[in-house]
Design a protein around this ligand. Structure first.
Ligand code: FAD
Length: 410
């Protein structure tokens, strides 16, 4: 049967891209995006950066203006939550009771904030950041805040710390691990990131276990296991996310830290695929192990991969993973999957504010982290796509022509 009717659950980054790629590829059938947020698909990255700083407004977040969806015959059902999938009947059930038939269903449900499991986490003044609505609440609270505490030194926490510092609002970041960005970046990069935040006025508390948010009606601070507390009237909890996999699981589809898909991003049900933050796929950049990657590019590339398959051009998902984070003066770009690595080599001078870290596993280049070195990042993506890399000594030698090496001949 030829494909007539594609339904996507989720109206985020990956969902938008799937619809755009299908239309670009000539798909003429019905295309419906079902999402539980209000409005049109929007990009989340500015929520913790430009949007909080007032450098862009809500309309500026939209991935495309409203006319795009009319012109391309894409139906966006916002404020509509999918509650169940009937795989045998090929229908998605919505909270309203309505059910939508599909020939192919794509799950692009993203992820949700991991809750902080301590007393007081639901007090007024405690925020999380995933959606535009949460960014609006955080922005309003920041305008009134005297002192900020951030639980979690991950990307969201550090980006918000940079925003606080830019606004001259005192901010303390509380983290259980001994350093920021856990396994997301090398120790070499984390050290420079930490130093730069400290220089901007951010205070860190590492190795700290949060035991409670203090306060009665409103939060007044964060209590820690060592008996100390950080006073704050605005607290952002940024301790990671959980994949939105429950409707897939209830429908009998396999899940394991994400909806488990194969190298084509297909579930065992040939009529259901999954992509983006909610999906765990085998990656050639993780020696074939399943990974769940939370990044715009992963959602975009996954959408392109599924669209190509639905259009009759199937190919495994093999795009080089990459990610960025803007934190004050730092533009951090990461290519590949650097964790775990057994050797990290610095290229350039970390003191100069611009350098890269080349990460190797068993002698093979597996990831490159660049701070304010976009040219290194672009070359790294080419190297990783080609499955080649300079030797650690070559990577460390700034006189070595990395660009020429990436260009070949080999
Ligand atoms: P999403 O874009 O999250 O979309 C999923 C949608 O599905 C959501 O609207 C969700 O509400 C909806 N949904 C879930 N369940 C249902 C259901 N049952 N029925 C209907 N709808 C449902 N990445 C980068 O690469 N660089 C960055 O700098 C960066 N910054 C970020 C900053 C913030 C504040 C956040 C939150 C994320 C950031 N990311 C960044 C990550 C990036 O935004 C995500 O990886 C990307 O949005 C994932 O796309 P997705 O389509 O998988 O999910």
């Amino acid at each position: 049967m030829s494909l007539q009717n594609v339904v996507v659950v989720g109206t985020g980054q990956g969902s938008f891209q799937l619809a755009a790629s299908l239309r670009e590829g000539g798909f003429r059938g019905s295309l419906t995006l079902v999402g539980d947020e209000p409005g049109l698909p929007y990009g989340r990255p500015p929520l913790s950066k430009a949007y909080l700083l007032g450098k862009t407004d809500a309309a500026g977040l939209n991935l495309r203006p409203p006319a795009f969806y009319d012109e391309h015959g894409i139906t966006v059902r916002s404020d509509a939550r999918a509650t169940a999938i009937d795989c045998d009947g090929r229908r998605v059930v919505l909270a309203s009771g309505e059910s939508l038939p599909y020939d192919h269903l794509v799950l692009a449900t993203g992820a949700r904030n991991r809750p902080l499991p301590v007393a007081g986490a639901d007090l007024k003044g405690v925020h999380q950041l995933r959606t535009l609505a949460e960014a609006d609440a955080l922005k309003a609270a920041l305008a009134e805040a005297g002192r900020v505490a951030i639980v979690g030194a991950g990307f969201i926490g550090l980006e918000f710390a940079a925003v606080c510092a830019a606004r001259s609002v005192p901010v303390t970041v509380i983290e259980g691990a001994p350093r920021p960005l856990g396994r997301a970046v090398s120790a070499e990069m984390a050290a420079v990131v930490e130093r730069t935040h400290v220089a901007a006025g951010v205070t860190f508390r590492f190795g700290a276990a949060v035991t409670a948010i203090t306060g009665t009606e409103r939060a007044t601070g964060v209590a820690m296991a060592d008996g100390e507390a950080v006073a704050a009237d605005l607290i952002l909890v940024g301790i990671g996310v959980l994949p939105n996999q429950e409707i897939a699981e209830a429908a009998g589809l396999p899940v394991a830290n994400g909806i488990a898909v194969d190298a084509m991003l297909a579930t065992p049900d040939p009529a259901v695929s999954a992509l983006g933050d909610c999906a765990a796929h085998p990656s050639p950049f993780a020696d074939g192990a399943r990974v769940r990657i939370e990044s715009v590019q992963n959602a975009v590339d996954g959408a392109r991969c599924i669209a190509a398959r639905l259009l009759g051009r199937p190919a495994p998902f093999a795009a080089v993973p990459w990610f960025w984070s803007d934190q004050g003066p730092m533009k951090l770009q990461m290519a590949g999957l650097a964790a775990p690595h057994d050797r990290a080599v610095v290229r350039g001078d970390p003191e100069s504010g611009g350098f890269s870290v080349f990460c190797y596993r068993a002698g093979r280049l597996v990831g490159v982290e660049s701070l304010n070195r976009p040219a290194d990042h672009m070359i790294a993506r080419r190297l990783l796509a080609a499955g080649i890399g300079p030797s650690p000594d070559q990577a460390a030698d700034t006189a070595f022509d990395l660009k020429g090496f990436a260009a070949g001949p080999r």
